[in-house]
Design a binder for this molecule. Sequence first.
Ligand SMILES: [Zn+2]
Length: 71
Amino acid sequence: MECLKCYNDMYLHYVELKIEREDYNLELKKIPGYVCTECKETYIEEDEMSKIFETVEGLDKNINNIKQKKL
Ligand SMILES: [Zn+2]
């Protein structure tokens, strides 16, 4: 795996991902991904990303349910 920014080698490692939404911030840890040996850029593969998006979609739905009450 080659870094998209500096073209150096990347190695498999756990990475962290922060997702900021309107109603919550989600900080995911220990996601298997790639880290650049030089610039520390991280890359998460499509398979993991699509599962992360599914998770966020589920959270969004549940949080909308929580917010049903009219203020
Ligand atoms: Zn790099």
